[in-house]
Design a protein around this ligand. Structure first.
Ligand code: GLU
Length: 423
């Protein structure tokens, strides 16, 4: 039960409900999702065999606005996992001060085992099954683990076919030439950068030459590395799912990306003796990366990577959670005791859903914003909400994670009171 993500989510809710003195009717509303949808997805594989997959769409609550949250494709997707993720989206959207509720979806499938044609068929069946419960002012999905803009465009096409009209605002995270917003790709990594700068400012710490280790070199990890590199931080370690590299003198994220593209793996940037122009690199494992003596550690890949087992070995002074749920509850307690500042996922990685909101807004109003405008608005929004979380921390004398929950639940409470009769 302890590792059941939904039980964890509920415990977090009850803990904060007590501190923030939430009305019991609101806690009761949030302790279960408004609606859970389980769909059956039969497809014909390319070899002619029939296979049936399970899909989910969970609508946690829509007190502040339409349900909002991604769709993940993963072999471990389960009802309880998606319920917890939908709850965390409610909290994330509220921390970020967006007029949105929380939702999440998923299919239990390892997409690497399907051909593109099979993946498209599966996505289209899923879109048809959830079409009756989604819509621009009802529930707006987006990408998450193992889904991307191409998959989002398939869902828009299928939904639009059912509606009989092009309905761009039903999904965010679309390709830019198909109604997506400029800046959505960079949003999560850059958003995390703006949050970190604000937190450092609060602690009166200059970012000049602070050392950084980043676990995960996908879209989020790469853009965080790029942002921090361009803002005077020294990126000393990077890793992908296979392994990582360490360079005391600092790494240039674009160089590493170039080499990763050439060789398919981050640690191939480190070639003893010749070929590679990145001298003085050392190969490290993902576990070693987490224990490096750096100023800032950024888990930007998987869940539960910092646990009761390794939290004691973490030497960083700040942890910026760009992945969803990279620190377990046990680890959180240990890190707090060690006075390590943990900037929680619901704040740190909210940049993604913030620009999703901008995309939805542009689609609804038929607008096209420039990249500069998107980054400008994102920067303002992330800095303002970070300050909100920092002042709640001062007021309630709790961890940053707890203060982010308090800020979020107080915002949901204000919306709840406003629409009391509609609960
Ligand atoms: N999947 C992302 C998240 O966990 C983005 C969600 C969205 O843009 O709706 O925050």
């Amino acid at each position: 039960m302890k590792n059941n993500p939904w039980v964890r989510a509920q415990q977090q809710l009850f803990k904060i409900a007590k501190i923030a003195k939430l009305p019991p009717l609101l806690t009761a509303r949030l302790q279960e999702p408004d609606r859970t949808v389980l769909v059956s997805l039969p497809i014909k594989r390319d070899n002619g065999k029939i296979e049936v997959f399970s899909g989910y769409r969970i609508q946690h609550n829509n007190i502040l606005g339409p349900y909002k949250g991604g769709i993940r494709y993963h072999a471990k997707v389960s009802m309880d996992e998606v319920k917890a993720l939908a709850f965390w989206m409610s909290i994330k959207c509220a921390v970020a001060n967006l007029p949105l509720g929380g939702g999440k979806g998923g299919i239990t499938v390892d997409p690497k085992n399907l051909t593109e044609h099979e993946l498209k068929e599966l996505t289209k069946v899923f879109a048809r099954r959830i079409a009756p419960v989604i819509g621009p002012s009802v529930d707006v999905p987006a990408p998450d683990v193992n889904t991307n803009s191409l998959i989002m465009s398939w869902i828009v096409d299928e939904y639009s076919k059912i509606e009989g009209k092009k309905t761009l605002a039903v999904i965010t995270g679309k390709p830019v030439d198909k109604g997506g917003s400029l800046g959505r790709t960079e949003a999560t990594g850059f958003g995390g950068g703006y949050v970190l700068l604000e937190v450092l400012k609060h602690f009166k710490k200059s970012s000049k030459n602070l050392t950084v280790a980043i676990q995960g070199f996908g879209n989020v990890g790469y853009h965080a590395a790029l942002f921090l590199h361009n803002n005077g931080f020294k990126i000393v370690a990077l890793s992908d799912s296979k392994s990582g590299i360490y360079r005391q003198g600092g790494l240039d994220p674009d160089e590493v990306l170039k080499k990763k593209k050439e060789k398919g793996i981050v640690d191939h940037c480190y070639c003893k003796g010749s070929v590679c122009d990145m001298k003085h690199c050392k190969k490290i494992s993902n576990e070693q990366l987490l224990e490096l003596p750096v100023d800032i550690l950024i888990p930007a890949a998987l869940e539960n990577v910092i646990s009761g087992k390794n939290a004691n070995k973490v030497k960083a002074k700040y942890i910026l959670e760009l992945a969803n749920g990279p620190v377990t509850d046990d680890a959180d307690t240990i890190l707090n005791k060690k006075n390590i500042v943990v900037i929680p996922d619901i704040l740190a990685n909210a940049g993604g859903v913030v620009v999703s909101y901008y995309e939805w807004f542009q689609n609804m109003k038929n607008l096209r914003w420039s990249k500069e405008k998107v980054f400008d608005k994102l920067q303002n929004q992330m800095k303002t909400v970070t300050r909100d979380v920092l002042s709640a921390q001062k007021k309630y004398k709790v961890s940053l994670r707890d203060s982010a929950y308090i800020v979020a639940l107080k915002r949901i409470e204000a919306g709840f009171k406003l629409n009391d009769s509609l609960h």
